[in-house]
Design a protein around this ligand. Sequence first.
Ligand code: WTA
Length: 651
Amino acid sequence: MSDQLDTLLSEQRRFSPASTFAADANGTPALYESAARDREAFWAEQAGTLEWIRPWDRVLDWTPPHAKWFVGGKLNVAANCLDRHLTGPLRNTAALVWEGEPGDRRVLTYWDLAREVRRAANALKQLGVRKGDRVAIYLPMVPEAAMAMLACARIGAVHSVIFGGFSAESVRDRVNDAKARVLITADGGYRRGQVVPLKRMADQAMAEAPSIEHCIVVQRRPGSPGDESFATMKEGRDHWWHRLLDSVSSESEPEAMDAEDLLFILYTSGTTGKPKGIVHTTGGYLTQVAATTKYVFDLKPADVFWCTADIGWVTGHSYVVYGPLANGATVFMYEGAPDWPERDRFWSLVETHGVTILYTAPTAIRAFMKWGTDHPARHDLSTLRLLGSVGEPINPEAWMWYQAHIGGGRCPIVDTWWQTETGGIMITPLPGVTTTKPGSATIPFPGIVAELVNDAGTVLPQGGGFLTLAAPWPGMLRTIYGDDARYQETYWSRFPGRYFAGDGAKVDEDGYWWILGRVDDVLNVAGHRIGTMEVESALVEHPAVAEAAVVGKSHDLKGQALAAFVTLKDSHQPSAGLKDDLKAHVAQKIGAIARPDDIFFSADLPKTRSGKIMRRLLKDIAEGRALGDTTTLADPAVVSRLKDTYESQEA
Ligand code: WTA
């Protein structure tokens, strides 16, 4: 981290907004001024751009650490994203432009999408789903994923979207935690030319998920109409999406939801072995995602907005579905991998669909850099006018490459810091307003109060420290599903009265934020959050493993990669075969994203006298650094032994 800090400190480049962009930008300096004058009034003004069934009585009730926004107000998220656009020209405008990995395409106008969502809402109702019930969604990136979310929102059901790359066991645990009544999945999804058998995994999950009463299956495999053989359907429980929707009417009234009614639960990794169900509610969340989409992405009617995140992550929720549709945008959605069939797939998609705004992750940008400039250079990318980055710190070289080779030197870059917990963007430039510095997420969005604190919780005007949020914001998580004590402990106990984000950061002399990454036991692997404890729990469930410690190791493309130190039971011997076995075991338990890059066998693990594994030391070893202070160790000899074996195994 100190190397990283040095590089960032020496970053002197500045990019001030082009006057042509600024002249027409949605964002203005006045937004910051009005939010600084009266934060609640600013957010109320943003909320006022939505359609409310009943106005709110109070903007905010704040009983730390519990916030209620737009108290007493009633609205429906799906009606805001769809119905209200149907009376004007948006009715016949593309809401979703989609391309599947095999190249199949669909375009849904706002009218089309609204009709499908109403039918899906009625289908859910017909299966007995009521307001407040939980519905799990385990789908590839197909239009039905957005429809399913919006259908839940329409009837007041709470969705829990589970990333399609997660394993059956991860699905089971999430479904059980939320006690979902319905699971929506697909026969499969395409990834690098292969079909990911989602329904088969869903079947395994449902075998141990007693709350599931019904499963709805989207038929995804193109070119095989009527071929339903890929998924085995269980009579009475399983229903084809297309048949179910054909059997219901397309009339449905949106449910009047309280501003604080649950909209969704989204599981994310924390510092224990058990993922946290992050709870988001209706009015505040929609207000923040709608406002940030409008100002950060500068959306205009002619734009084609492509956020490359999967719907299984918060970025997909807020900036593929809710934020853009609330703004009446045209959203482009792509199902598959960026290197399929060739490494220019993204650029071919930008050219084909005339994408104007691209929002992606540094890990992808670093892969594109490695693949070379020929791929983007072969395509006409002149429609692009704004680029975004999210999910992890973007290194200045990647920022500069993105700016030059994708943005043609003319597109502003918005590096946006936020989290599953924050619901929407928190620290970001406003294009046309904010001067950017490569590698810095710049300054808090209007109405957001971010403060840097030291270990003792003292606020620092600049320097290095921890990123905290000192005032509630509309899109904030309300709690952890079913575990409010964990909510209070995780986010509000380290620095009383403040939300602790878990990130280390630096603030420079201009007040610009440079996010340095997680300071807790959460890793960021290729932009995905993975808890070290989750991977450790998966490893120790393997019959050969006695103990395991997992650390993050710097990685050129992924940002961080997983390195696991494993001690075996006496009955097992280290071998290359066992390493492969353990990697496959983790992938099967959690999902391929958690597969460790390296596994090292070791006779002991370094522990403090109180028995805590010293992960920091392991990280030093994994990254080949000189060892830090080992005086608190129970047995310092363990470390030098470990370092020796590590180096010999690595060679
Ligand atoms: C990291 C994704 C630096 C950070 C929206 C945070 C970032 C975690 C940035 C949340 C950024 C996200 N610069 N780091 N622009 N954006 N992060 O919940 O460590 O999947 O805590 O939300 O990603 O990841 P999550």
